[in-house]
Each structure stands twice: as C-alpha cells, then as structure tokens.
Write a new protein. Sequence first.
Length: 369
Amino acid sequence: MQLNKLIFIFFITIVISCTPDDGVLIPVTIEELDELIGILPDQVIDPIDNLTTPDKVDLGKKLFWDPVLSGNFDVACATCHHPDKGWGDNLNRSIGIGGIGLGENRIGGIATKRNAHTIINSAFNGIDVNGNYNPSNAVMFWDNRVASLEEQSLVPIKSMEEMRGNIYSEEDAITIVSQRLTDIPEYVVLFNNAFGDNTIINGDKISKALATYERTLIANNSRFDQYYRGDNNALSDIELQGLSAFIGMNCTACHGGPMFSDYELHDLGTPDDGVNDNGVNGQFRTPTLRNLSLTGPYFHNGTFTTLEEAVNFYDDFEQNDADAQSLNFDDDQVGAVVAFLRTLNDDNFDRTIPENVPSGLSVGGNIND
C-alpha cells in the first residue's frame, strides 16, 4: 500500500511539474508540500520533566562550552559542535580526546568512527509532516541508539574517543564529572538557580541542562521556509526546478517531513573509508538536509565532500534499501537539486560563545591552533 502511494505521488508530480510542450516549470503546490514535507514549527516542545527556564539554558550553555566534562580537560561539547562550523565540525570523522584545533584544522588525538551531526534543530528530531513529535522519544545519533537529547548529552562524556579518554572508566565517568562540578562554587550556584536550592549535581541534572540549551539552537527561516509560508519570490526558477525534481524522484520517501528526514535506518551501500563501522546491520539514520551547505562533509563517514558528489551518488548506486532508487539525473538536474538543497540553509542561528567558563579552562577545549 505504501509503495503504491509513493508511485502515485511520483507520477502525479511529474505530470504537473512541467507543461508537456514547452517545459515551462509549474511550481510544486502547497498541497504537495503539506503532504510530503510540512512546516517546521516556531516553538519547541519541552519534555514534561524538563521545562525550559532561562537559568537552565544559562547553565547548559556553560556546561556545553566547558572542557571540565572531559577526562583530560581538553574537549568540550563545542569542540565538535561549534557555531562557526554549522554546529558540527566539518570533519569527515570527528577528532576527540587529544586533538588540537577546530574543524578542518584539528589534528592529532583520537578520531571517532563517524561524522558529527549538526545539533541545529535537533530539538525537532522525529517530527512528522503534521508537526507531531515527542521530545522524550526523539532518536539521536547515526544509529538511533538513544531517544532524547537528555540521553544523548551524556553519551559523549562517557565515550573514550570523544571526551573521556583513559583517565577513568565509562562506568565512573558521570560520577567523577559530577564531583568536579560540585567542587566549583560557581557551578553549585548555577545548578541551584536552575533546579532549586541544595541541588545534588548528578547525571540527571547535567543532561537536563545540556538538553535545554541545545533546544534553543533553532534555525527555521530558510528561503525554502519563506517560500512555503507564501513568499513566491523566495526561490529562483532553477531552485524551483530542483524542488520539483526532489519531489518528483521521490526523495521525500526518506527525506520527507519538516526536517527532511524520516529518522529511520537505511542501508545505501555508502563507500567504505576503511573504518570498521557497520552501523546497525549496515544501516544508518537518514540525516536532516537542513543547513547542508554549512555542515559537510556528508554521510555517516563524511565520504562525500560536496553536495554535488552526494547527489551524484544517488544517481548511480547499487541499491541496498527498498526505500531507495537511482535518480538517473543529468548534470542540469543535479545542479538544480543542489540549488534547491542550498535553499534549506538558514545561518541566522545563535553563534554566541561565552567569554569564560566556571572551571577557568579554555572555552570550547583545545580548539585554538
């Protein structure tokens, strides 16, 4: 039934996208966008047990930028999720413990197995075309192994490659980090402000503060969003052609919804970069397409440097997933689709960096060359 529906949508879209005689573009209708994509909301939904407050955001921001959370005091969350890099790091695979520098200039240290997702709009993970999502059941990471920002926030702290190193065990990581924070008077005040007097600093409170801050990192006013909301001049003709091809070739089967992701796992046969990473039986989560121009390289191992390379991969690849199909685009169509994908950029997001952090360590970790 689902396959028949997708074939029908594909057929109807191709029919109405261009006139039969002169090839003049007829824009995709709002009804189609409503059915296949949907509007990204203006407001974020909080979990019922972690409501947003200014004090909690302030605490979360300081924690996010403070390398006190890492074993060697040299890596912060912001090391691999930096605003200057689209809240990613622009590396094919992130470099954690022991690395020096930011983004493409980062050297040394331990490389992780995967490309860093941007955290922009991660508050909307799991959203469907009708704008429905549950922040307590929103899958994270390339393998969907946790179900909320709260759960996600503690995983890097416990990871040997990312932040922990070999200073202490994974089992002891959160206890030790919690004690470090308890020993810093400014953090005691910040936790009390965020959670109430005499708060015991622990993993639960750390995760809630970090997640609350991350939910403020929203970008929902791309040129595509403006077009969707009624600005007919927001997209050029070639960008509209790319949108038509994107929908006509059924890209929305996996890259549908307001975040342009179904949040499902798929095996696309992505080229191996020599790292032993099979995901979940060869499957990895569909990434968002929002802010793509700011967050390359692409795919779970960063194997493609440009959007053109990524689109061309779909143009001629060995199909391993029933939801995928070769596109058979010509060069002009590839260019149009890439032009459309660039309309999903919105760089009007929070770029502020704290001047200092309560630990007194380097803000963002060892990110200065």
